[in-house]
Design a protein around this ligand. Structure first.
Ligand code: SF4
Ligand code: SF4
Length: 137
């Protein structure tokens, strides 16, 4: 009878004197785990352009149908995304787009603060996706 009581008391005391689990958010921020899937970004080449070759695999694999792509073709015959857009409000952050991309162009970042005043801010165009590349990798 007394043993379970002492065990419970020991657990209570160990928690009482250990470091608090809570943090003072937003002043303090947690580093998400390495496999965290947050807001998307586009990887950029040396010239600052997206490395996307407009193959359409991410569009085909996306279960939420939240990626739209308009394919363009350069003079040398190379394809590029004339218009690329992800609706982050419909995204379920499954990561399939990242896995399917043959050139590692579309990535899911470490951001986890999804608070904006305007719904249109969640529509990520090529420019916004490239801007979110800064400081990564
Ligand atoms: S993470 Fe999943 S749902 Fe979101 S855009 Fe990529 S494939 Fe679509
Ligand atoms: S982001 Fe990757 S998978 Fe999607 S169209 Fe561009 S190259 Fe293809």
């Amino acid at each position: 009878m007394i043993i379970p009581l002492l065990k419970g008391l020991r657990l209570t005391l160990s928690r009482f004197f250990s470091r608090p689990i809570t943090i003072q958010y937003p002043e303090e921020k947690r580093t998400p785990p390495p496999r965290w899937r947050g807001m998307h970004y586009f990887r950029a080449d040396d010239a600052g352009n997206t490395t996307c070759v407009a193959c359409g695999l991410c569009v085909a694999v996306c279960p939420s149908r939240c990626i739209s792509l308009e394919i363009g073709e350069r003079e040398d015959g190379q394809r590029y995304p004339r218009h690329y857009e992800i609706d982050e409000l419909r995204c379920i952050f499954c990561g399939y787009c990242q896995e399917a991309c043959p050139v590692n162009a579309i990535k899911l970042g470490s951001g986890y603060e999804y608070v904006k005043y305007d719904r249109s801010d969640f529509i990520l165009t090529t420019e916004k996706l490239l801007a979110m590349y800064e400081g990564k990798e």
